[in-house]
Design a protein around this ligand. Structure first.
Ligand code: ZN
Ligand code: ZN
Length: 432
């Protein structure tokens, strides 16, 4: 082969592996002071799920300023921004907006001091899940994509989603007719702050990356009596104890060892004082799986075990434990071909050394809904490293939802905007 042919092949191969460097990094850097300031303001003004009124207003105003046509109050406080830039694919990029009822303990100068009324109780309010980083990265990417509009063609569909923490927001927006009104996207992307990956890096997994989440309530009935006369009772605390232990065998004995599942009993409530055997105990469980058939198996076994334990305790048919299975949010599945494309984008944006393969987790995220409608939109959801250097060094890594969690805003935002902008540009410019 002649040298120039080899050169052409090398260039073509390289551009497939790492993608052309399209992102204007200087432009992103120049926007950082504005974005960090925006982040801190959002961090100091958190709003919990279904109360994101002011947050949504701010996002809508910023998108309008950037040149998007904006629809507000779409599925609760949902925000939809559309930027049409000629003929090309439509790409959805979603941020969530809600915070958590937690008293912040970071002692940062921009620590949240806000309190919120939650069911009549005053509680602290904190962006402890990094949704403020998500919103800022999202806005930064919106601004960068408009500034670089000569480098892509298509429609950018930006979603500001409420109520992620309660698993309701994505569903609300889709049920309000998101795809019917704004079109079915060709691709969907989203990201989540990582409490373990250093700021400056990203983690991207392929296939199933986050689990489906389902709640189960179990009411265990019994026959109450004096604590000193257990022979006159059917003790629901003893029945519950047996039940909790038996539930442990679902994952260890029923689910295939090569599959993944979690069955956690998170609360047990029953009884008032030591000398009274109560007549009811309630349990609340969370069930996590990746696959539907595994979830079906777990649900079947929960029902069978609850019934079996009740019969063994001598409970009559109408007093057997009652299992209430609540709807499950789907698992997040990263389309493999699209994931390869985005890994290549991330490598060209921030360097190979800053892009890691990330193991799946049994946490869940309602971003999954965007790819689970009948349209089966290919989606990728990745982890944005946020951990400051000093915490990596001291190995103090508070998890998401911890009152001590905080990101390195500058580095996280710059990395997030660079990777998502590069990913969008690549998705607009190449077929996967
Ligand atoms: Zn969260
Ligand atoms: Zn979150």
């Amino acid at each position: 082969m002649r040298p120039f042919v080899i050169l052409i092949i090398a260039v073509v191969t390289m551009s497939f592996i790492v993608g052309p460097q399209l992102t204007d990094k200087k432009l992103i850097k120049n926007d950082l002071p504005f974005l960090v300031d925006f982040y801190k303001t959002r961090h100091m003004n958190p709003e919990i799920s279904l109360q994101e009124k002011e947050t949504a207003k701010v996002l809508a105003a910023e998108l309008s300023k950037a040149g998007f046509s904006v629809t507000e109050n779409f599925g609760g406080y949902g925000v939809v921004g559309v930027f049409k830039n000629g003929n090309g694919p439509t790409i959805l990029y979603r941020t969530d907006m809600d915070a958590l009822p937690i008293y912040e303990k970071t002692e940062l100068p921009y620590q949240s001091q806000l309190k919120t009324d939650l069911n009549g109780e005053q509680v602290g309010t904190m962006h402890a899940c990094g949704h403020d980083i998500h919103m800022t990265t999202w806005l930064g990417t919106a601004r960068a994509m408009v500034a670089m509009k000569d480098k892509w063609k298509g429609t950018l569909l930006l979603i500001g989603q409420p109520a992620e923490e309660i698993g309701a927001g994505a569903k609300l927006m889709l049920e309000a007719g998101l795809y019917e009104k704004f079109g079915v996207p060709n691709y969907g992307i989203g990201l989540h702050a990582s409490p373990t990956i250093p700021a400056g890096k990203v983690g991207i997994g392929k296939g199933f990356v986050m689990a489906s989440s389902q709640s189960v309530d179990i009411n265990v009935y019994g026959v109450g009596s004096h604590g000193a006369s257990p022979h006159m009772s059917i003790d629901p605390i003893v029945v519950t104890s047996m039940l909790v232990m038996e539930l442990q065998t679902i994952v260890s004995r029923n689910v295939k060892p090569t599959e993944s599942a979690v069955v956690t009993v998170g609360t047990i409530k029953g009884g008032t004082v030591g000398n009274v055997i109560p007549d009811m105990v309630t349990l609340k469980l969370t069930v996590r799986t990746f696959k539907k058939d595994v979830l079906d198996l777990v649900n079947t076994r929960i029902k069978e075990i609850a019934r079996g334990v009740g019969i063994a305790a001598g409970l009559p048919e109408d007093r057997l434990p009652e299992v209430i299975i609540k709807g499950a949010g789907p698992a997040n599945y990263n389309n493999p071909a699209m994931t390869d494309r985005i890994i290549a984008s991330a490598i060209s944006g921030i360097g190979k050394e800053n892009v890691a393969d990330e193991e799946p987790v049994m946490l869940s995220e309602d971003f999954s809904y965007y790819g689970q409608t009948e349209h089966k939109v290919p989606t990728v959801f990745f982890w944005l490293g946020t951990v400051p250097d000093e915490r990596i060094k001291s190995n103090f890594l508070p998890g998401l939802h911890s009152p001590f969690y905080y990101p390195n805003p500058e580095k996280s935002i710059e990395t997030g905007v660079t990777v998502t902008t590069q990913a969008l540009l690549d998705l607009y410019n190449t077929k996967i």
